[in-house]
Design a protein around this ligand. Structure first.
Ligand SMILES: *Cc1c(COP(=O)(O)O)cnc(C)c1O
Length: 349
């Protein structure tokens, strides 16, 4: 692929078996592709997309990037960090979709980091037309003599999806080195770029494992259409031809719960389980819901033992700090912590 790219991510990200989790769940062997370790500002999947998007921005001589997301957007945080690293100005529109009165949600987690990276933050009400706002900002910047570059929601354009076309090749090599037969790839899907890029990348390498997207907000059929559309335009961009059919695109909205950004019991359980069996952080908005989907499939007997399932960790750990109350320690655990503290001999450690 000959597309401009900036090399900022720490690649390849690790590919690891989660044997304590697999043993706990008693099903297939679960592996994890650690894109929480992409390295930019606590990592996550947007870093790979931004390597191409930001290169495109520099190619067009941009001095300002403009993007959009929810208040706790990981995409906005990674864009703000990337912009700081390149010395670009960054303007982010953040939609207050939920938890308007919650101080952690509105100033901790990704929001704290956006401010730290020096992004200009414009809070807009839910349902605002983000594309129109960004187009207006683009216009204003140009009139003021600067050169802006607009990045749509989640960086999910064909150029952004290139990051996951390339990531598919990275996983393909890691799997080949281990002589591993992968039976399914599971990931959280929001704005479709990650799943679309992976489908194109796997397709170009005849990687046969199905990809199962777990929606974090939108209806499954809406997201399937979005993934397919973006996969086709991405395939076009890389010159692959249009041979990705709807049969390759699967997204379930069974684990969304009440909506985007609203934790479910399954997501909270998944975050705790990964923390306590593997020492790995998921988040309640994206990866927790995707892992809840995988756990549900395992418990429902969907897989055979001996199969290998890859969970693609897309990051999001910074968002945990916005959801402090959702992880309030149940009485039993608190009592245990107190007993351990009491048992400590003063001065012994
Ligand atoms: C953005 C995001 C996703 C969704 O990726 P898309 O490419 O938008 O579908 C998943 N997980 C995390 C942590 C994210 O920030």
């Amino acid at each position: 692929m000959q597309f401009p790219k900036l090399h900022v991510a720490h690649l390849p990200t690790p590919f690891e078996p989660l044997d304590r989790l697999s043993a706990r769940l008693g099903g297939p062997r679960i592996w994890m592709k650690r894109d929480d370790c992409t390295g930019l500002a606590t990592g996550g999947n947007k870093t790979r997309k931004l390597e191409y998007l930001m290169a495109d921005a520099l190619h067009r001589e941009a001095d300002t990037v403009i993007t959009v997301g929810a208040v706790q957007s990981n995409h906005a945080r990674q864009t703000a960090a990337f912009a700081a690293r390149l010395g670009l100005k960054c303007l982010v529109y953040l939609e207050t979709r939920l938890r308007a009165g919650d101080p952690n949600y509105n100033s901790n987690g990704n929001m704290l980091l956006d401010r730290l990276f020096g992004a200009e933050i414009a809070i807009v009400p839910a349902g605002a037309d983000a594309d129109a706002l960004m187009a207006e900002a683009d216009q204003r910047c140009r009139e003021a003599g600067s050169t802006p570059y607009v990045i749509p929601t989640g960086g999910s354009t064909p150029v952004g999806a290139l990051g996951y076309v390339q990531a598919a090749g990275e996983l393909y090599r890691q799997v080949a080195d281990l002589k591993l037969n992968v039976d399914e790839v599971v990931l959280a899907t929001g704005s479709a770029g990650t799943q679309a890029g992976l489908l194109v990348g796997f397709r170009s390498r005849a990687f046969r494992a199905p990809v199962w997207g777990v929606s974090v907000g939108k209806a499954g059929d809406v997201l399937e259409a979005a993934v397919l559309k973006l996969a086709l335009s991405t395939a076009d961009l890389v010159g692959l031809g249009e041979d990705i059919g709807p049969d390759k695109v699967a997204v379930s909205s069974d684990y969304v719960g009440e909506g985007y950004g609203k934790p479910t019991a399954g997501a909270i359980e998944a975050v705790r389980l990964l923390a306590q069996t593997e020492g790995i952080l998921l988040d309640p908005v994206y990866t927790g819901k995707a892992m809840a989907g995988l756990i549900d499939r395992i418990r429902g007997g969907h897989y055979r033992s001996g199969q290998n399932i890859v969970f693609w960790h897309t990051g999001g750990g910074a968002g945990l700090f916005a959801y402090v109350d959702d992880f309030a320690v149940p009485d039993g655990e608190g009592a245990r912590a107190t007993r351990l503290a009491d048992a400590r001999v003063p001065g012994a450690i």
